[in-house]
Design a protein around this ligand. Structure first.
Ligand SMILES: Nc1ncnc2c1ncn2[C@@H]1O[C@H](COP(=O)(O)OP(=O)(O)OP(=O)(O)O)[C@@H](O)[C@H]1O
Length: 905
């Protein structure tokens, strides 16, 4: 640790203001062991630290998650690691920089019962012990240590060093930022005095029992140690200066789900405040992680207001994110990692705080004035000698060059934006843009019935018109406070903006939003050529597209590990442990030219790892398809854990063709059907060849083209190879999956009915089903992360969707009255097992509809009843065009696709 002690009075003035240096927040993750309760419940550990910087989700194979399988941070600690180790390797450097005059903060963040207090109390003690040790060893300086402690409980700031419960006010000090008025600050006498005060804080802090933690901290606690030091030889002198800085130990209250903590009453209220302030903290971190993001809501909570300096301000900061490894907490753990990922990108500007005596200050200012005067004199001399004219010319040339670059970039951006616009309007809107005169009747009935309030972000246009979108935001208020907890829209709402509205944007888009720095990581690092033997003849690609594609293609192995930007070619891609680490845990891209499977095997002495085999399969697959005209923009990502690390393999194949083809390829990519997909060892997805330009898409049978695009072209069979019975099984399976997802996502019953009636089991169904499945999976994942999906300015949260579903049921119950006579209704009640003597029978009936997702008879009956209520029946058949793709040619259109069943899970 460097020290600035040597710089006294007159010398240290230079540090003021200019001593700031940018650095990222240090982010560590700590897994605690499974606790007794989790073991008793036969819970299993889902997470594993595969090295010092990477944590791996072990169950990725068994679920279709959008969350990355492995995440890298500055440091990760397995459940075997001691708090001492966490302190030494993650907190000490930052915490002890207080001795060099830097403000610093150590945070513990994580879900309730994940070990924040356990970790933080250890770290606080170790730090304070080290500080005392340091002061005793540096007897040339005079130290004054001051201690203060506060908690924020239900948005009220309390002093932890007095028994008095009076709320403390926050004041804005122009120099010091936010200060807590009347907060007790005790000058420490010795180590024992400090220990005593720590016990007082512990006794004073609000704790309570929840289902997850008998001693749950119900408040955010901030302990602050201020260190002032002056060189003894200057003490009492007028030109002395003092280093004054503080270290904060922040033990946040844990994020929690009301359902999991079984909260009620007081606990629920506490939980609500906790979640809200953590939500603000998350928003602040997220905004800070994307530089230049406008207003940062520091003032939205007392916590962020008080800690503003530690969050992207002038303090050095470390965040320890604690996690339970248990499967039952997987969603919370993921949210913790999302927070950690954002925090990793936040930059602070720590600087040494020097308080100068007045005399020293005057001296310093005189010096500065003299420097400025000298500069001015130089400039005048330059101007007199004509040098300024040249300098001016140079500057003008530079400005011109920069303007040119800006213009070019602006054009590129506008072009890209217009493509995005085209595709975003061309995905779902295209699906539904074919107008149908038939669709009007049932829509009118439905709209008239006020059921239009139902909420589902990805409705077909068919009944989009039913919804008065202007009214929607009024109709769906933000969930009230209590619901805020009950419906699991927990503090991880901060990630809401990572999810755009359209699930069809593919994994990479979602991943970019979920883990916003993912792409940045890839961009920032430099490529390391691993295999220099393979030919990279890019010129070939024009004469022989397929051959050229392969030769110019590259496999980017994106080690999702911490790694120093390595520039040497001696890096072995299979041995990530040899890669030096970077300060900021950036990913490494190793650029490996494509080699044939056989060559790869030969190089490896005939032995191929699983991921290499996968790679060869892909490679061979590409080679064996000479008839494929062009591959638009193809990539394969493979995640492997077998070599103790995780990496992504990306095959990029260049496309030959004119611009319109390129636009089309872009559109395909953006409009929905993932060209890239994240896979695990067993699952390799690959995008599909774009159609050759000039094909008359209008005349193409839908079934012919679709296959590779939607399905997995590497391993799965072609449609033609599927027996009718297999097709039927696939259809049933997909339909069942959709029905269950509808239920999980609170999708409106009318939407379900409408869609259900579209399913006829013919091959084209698969197009709609596939799209619906993706949207629903996306929605479900977003909901399970506590996110809100924003589409067209409307917000769809789990709470809002449930509210809307209930409103829809009420509306349907009104329609029951309208469409059926009393006798008919009684028959219905009997049929649906509703006691005729009970109240609210119509509503009861509507609550039963679509409930038993496993019973197809029940589903059919539900659909039949709703269809009757809203008037689908009148039309004989639901117009499929309302769900139809627009197959007419043109740059905006989605290509026609052939049907291929999804690869079975
Ligand atoms: N790394 C660990 N090793 C062993 N036990 C641990 C570890 N981390 C936490 N624990 C134990 O787990 C329990 C919960 O820990 P702790 O109270 O620190 O959680 P918390 O995150 O602060 O919870 P809350 O947010 O509810 O206050 C405690 O009994 C603690 O001793």
């Amino acid at each position: 640790m460097s020290s600035v002690y040597g710089e006294e009075a007159s010398q240290c003035g230079d540090d003021q203001g200019s001593g700031a240096h940018e650095e990222k927040i240090f982010v560590a993750v700590r897994l605690r062991p499974l606790n007794e309760r989790e073991i008793a419940n036969n819970d299993v550990s889902d997470w594993e630290c595969i090295n010092n910087t990477t944590i791996l989700y072990k169950n990725a194979l068994s679920e279709r998650s959008l969350f990355p399988t492995a995440c890298a941070y500055d440091r990760v600690f397995s459940s075997e690691c001691s708090t001492r180790q966490v302190y030494e390797e993650a907190a000490k450097g930052v915490a002890l920089s207080v001795l060099s005059g830097f403000n610093s903060s150590i945070f513990a963040y994580g879900q309730t019962s994940s070990g924040k207090t356990y970790t933080m109390s250890g770290i606080t003690e170790y730090t304070l012990a080290d500080i005392y040790d340091h002061t005793s060893k540096n007897d040339d300086r005079e130290f004054t240590l001051k201690f203060s402690a506060m908690e924020i409980y239900n948005e009220v700031v309390r002093d932890l060093l007095t028994p008095d419960d009076t709320p403390l006010r926050l004041l804005d000090d122009p120099e010091r930022g936010t200060v807590v008025e009347k907060l007790t600050e005790v000058t420490l006498k010795d180590w024992n005095h400090l220990k005593e005060l720590l016990s007082v804080c512990e006794a004073q802090r609000k704790i309570g029992e929840t289902a997850l933690n008998e001693m749950s901290s119900r408040s955010h606690q901030i302990l602050r140690l201020t260190v002032e030091s002056t060189a003894k030889k200057f003490v009492g002198f007028q030109n002395s200066s003092t280093l004054t800085s503080a270290v904060n130990f922040v033990d946040l209250a844990g994020s929690e789900r009301a359902s999991q903590t079984l909260s009620a009453n007081v606990r629920l209220k506490e939980g609500s405040h906790i979640n809200r302030s953590l939500l603000t903290l998350g928003t602040v971190i997220r905004k800070l992680s994307k530089k230049g993001n406008g207003h940062i809501p520091f003032r939205d909570s007392k916590l962020t207001r008080i800690l503003q300096n530690s969050l992207g301000g002038n303090a050095r900061t470390a965040i320890i994110c604690t996690m339970s490894p248990a499967h039952s907490h997987v969603e919370q753990s993921r949210n913790t990692l999302l927070f950690a990922t954002c925090a990793k990108n936040v930059i602070t500007n720590a600087k040494v705080n020097v308080v100068m005596s007045e005399k020293a200050l005057v001296k310093q200012l005189r010096k500065e004035l003299a420097r400025l005067e000298a500069e001015l004199r130089n400039l005048s001399a330059l101007a007199a000698s004509g040098g300024s004219a040249e300098a001016l010319k140079e500057k003008e040339a530079l400005i011109e060059k920069m303007s040119r670059e800006i213009r070019e970039l602006t054009e590129q951006r506008d072009l890209a934006q217009s493509r995005v616009n085209m595709t975003s309007s061309g995905s779902w809107t295209e699906l539904s843009s074919v107008s149908s005169p038939d669709k009007v009747q049932w829509m009118d009935d439905y709209a008239a019935s006020e059921v239009s309030e139902c909420v589902y972000p990805f409705r077909p246009d068919g009944y989009e018109g039913l919804n008065n979108s202007n009214k929607l935001s009024e109709q769906i208020p933000d969930p009230p406070e209590d619901q805020f907890l009950c419906d699991d829209t927990s503090p991880r709402l901060f990630i809401e903006k990572y999810f755009g509205p359209d699930p069809c944007k593919g994994w990479e888009n979602i991943a970019q939003r979920t883990v916003p720095n993912l792409e940045d990581n890839c961009k920032e690092v430099q490529c390391v050529e691993v295999d220099s033997n393979t030919n990279n003849t890019s010129s070939d690609k024009h004469t022989s597209p397929r051959k050229g594609d392969q030769e110019s293609g590259s496999i980017d192995i994106d080690h999702n590990l911490a790694g120093e930007q390595s520039s040497s070619s001696d890096t072995d891609s299979s041995d990530s442990n040899n890669l030096p680490r970077s300060r900021s845990s950036e990913a490494i891209i190793v650029n490996v030219p494509v080699v044939k499977g056989s060559e790869l095997a030969k190089e490896n002495g005939g032995i191929l790892s699983e991921s290499e085999k996968e790679l060869c399969t892909i490679k061979n697959d590409l080679e064996e398809k000479p008839s494929q005209p062009e591959v638009a923009a193809d990539s394969v990502k493979v995640l492997s854990k077998e070599q103790n690390h995780c990496f992504t393999i990306e095959v990029k194949l260049k496309m030959k063709g004119d611009d319109s083809e390129k636009i089309s390829a872009e559109e395909l990519k953006k409009s929905g059907e993932d060209i890239e997909k994240i896979c695990t060892e067993a699952e390799v997805a690959k995008s599909v060849p774009e159609k050759q330009s000039g094909d008359n898409l209008d005349n193409e049978p839908i079934s012919k083209e679709l296959g590779n695009f939607i399905g997995d072209s590497v391993n799965s069979e072609n449609e033609s190879e599927l027996s009718p019975s297999r097709q039927s099984t696939e259809f049933e399976k997909q339909r069942q999956e959709i029905i269950e997802l509808w239920d999980a996502c609170n999708v409106p019953l009318v939407h379900r009915t409408y869609f259900f009636l579209l399913f006829k089991g013919d091959p084209t169904d698969s197009v709609y089903m596939e799209v619906e499945l993706r949207r629903l999976t996306y929605l479900k994942n977003a909901f399970s992360l506590g996110a809100k999906v924003v589409k067209d300015g409307q917000i769809f949260s789990q709470a809002a969707s449930l509210n809307a579903l209930n409103r829809e049921r009420e509306m349907l119950s009104k329609l029951l009255l309208k469409k059926f006579h009393s006798k008919e209704r009684d028959n219905l009640y009997q049929k649906w097992g509703i006691d005729l003597k009970t109240k609210k029978r119509r509503l009861q009936l509507c609550h039963k509809l679509w409930k038993d997702t496993k019973d197809m008879d029940h589903i059919k009956e539900s659909a039949a009843l709703i269809s009757k209520l809203v008037g689908f029946e009148a039309q004989n058949e639901v117009p499929k065009e309302m769900f139809e793709l627009n197959f007419s040619p043109g740059p905006k259109n989605l290509r026609s696709f052939s049907w291929k069943p999804r690869k079975p899970m």
